[in-house]
Design a binder for this molecule. Sequence first.
Ligand code: B12
Ligand code: SF4
Ligand code: SF4
Length: 380
Amino acid sequence: MDLLQAFKGIEDRTSATIGVTDTSAFPEEEERLVARVEAGLHGGLSFTYANPTVASRPADSFPWASSIVVAAVPYLQDGDGDRDGRTLARFADGDRYVRVREVLDQIAAALDSAGDRFEIVYDDNRLIDRALAVRAGVAWRGKSTMVLTPGAGPWILLGSVVTDAELVPTQPMRRTCGTCDACIPACPTDAIIAPGVLDAGRCIAAVLQRRGTIDRTLRSAIGGRIYGCDECLTACPPGRHALMARDTTVDWLSPELILTSSDEELESMVPHWYVPSRRMRFVRRNALVALGNTGDEASLDVLSAYLGHDDELLGGHAAWAVGHIGGSRALALLRFELEREARDSVREELLFSVTECDRDGVYADAVSNARPTNPKESTT
Ligand code: B12
Ligand code: SF4
Ligand code: SF4
């Protein structure tokens, strides 16, 4: 069986779309990456932004190779249907790359039996997966920066097998988004600043993956999200049918579960997530913001345990979350904390939250009468 027939068989068995491109450079993508870094639109991320030259010149990284076999793998599954208030992006709700690896393993096996050298590569800083997919004709470019396939829209993950087999490249698709621009207003943080241009500093998916403090101006827009964001995908008409064909399931990972689990327990729940240095404090930070965004006073019990936390990052975000929920108990908690907190960064968050919480000064009297009781002990 020749290789093209083998790839067709894999497509039929797996619902992946497979194409072929050569290892020549992507000069436009290289320029685009450099321009984004210079304009600060990389949002402090490394990945392909760290070395645009390496990312966009496959022949330099794989001098032994002639072709790249590219796969676009649909990843929606039951439970993924449209529903408001999701805490996890669908790709992160379990390891959805399992399917990508299965398809790539099958491609690799076909190359191996033909006696060709190969290397499986995906989500790797030596290749720009979307650029490969567009050139190999397995997907087209969306204005959200996602690449899309006819059946699954943006709900595909990408991967490649680099090989020394000399294969005939497949041709790019002629499709475009046309007049649609639904993803642009659907973005909660206005991160898609022009068709095909993302300000990663504003993209919730990036914000939840980064180290450090979450910009206060973005926290409300994060809503209940803990990892990833699907809004520009959910709004995308070419993916709508595939999404609606799935039922919905309630999230298994709540902010409360994150905030009441040990680091070891958390680590075992999300082994497939990109978490800086695998430090679970960043997942907890996200959960604090998500819980603050519920606006539910019942959440104050869990949140108050993080006020004054040894880790300033968590103490500061807890202060914001409590203030964002608001109300007299929240204000009492914040004031009590303010009296004993000495660290500048946390005090700044506490002061901001006290002001936010009592913008109209309506609780001031009630709170001063209620002290000195420790509000952490006075649960409803
Ligand atoms: C860095 C990165 C991120 C960053 C930055 C993303 C970005 N858009 O730049 C952050 C953390 C924000 C991110 C988020 C997500 N990511 Co990501 N990410 C990557 C990574 C590691 C590199 C991306 C890269 O280098 N981009 C380089 C710049 C130049 O390209 P781009 O903007 O992505 O590219 C396209 C557009 O600019 C478009 N384009 C250019 N000009 C024009 C002009 C017009 C008119 C139009 C319409 C389009 C257009 O074409 C470019 C491709 O050639 C890749 C894996 C990899 N190694 O490639 C995964 C990858 C892109 N991510 C992926 C996924 C699934 C996501 C999320 C959906 C996850 C989630 N649910 O939270 C979100 C989607 C956010 C979004 N709208 O992009 C998939 C995308 C699959 C797909 N269908 O496109 C990839 C390919 C991983 C994989 N192997 O499957 N990601
Ligand atoms: S993933 Fe979310 S925040 Fe990022 S561009 Fe899409 S809608 Fe906007
Ligand atoms: S929502 Fe519309 S404009 Fe945006 S990527 Fe999908 S088809 Fe293109």
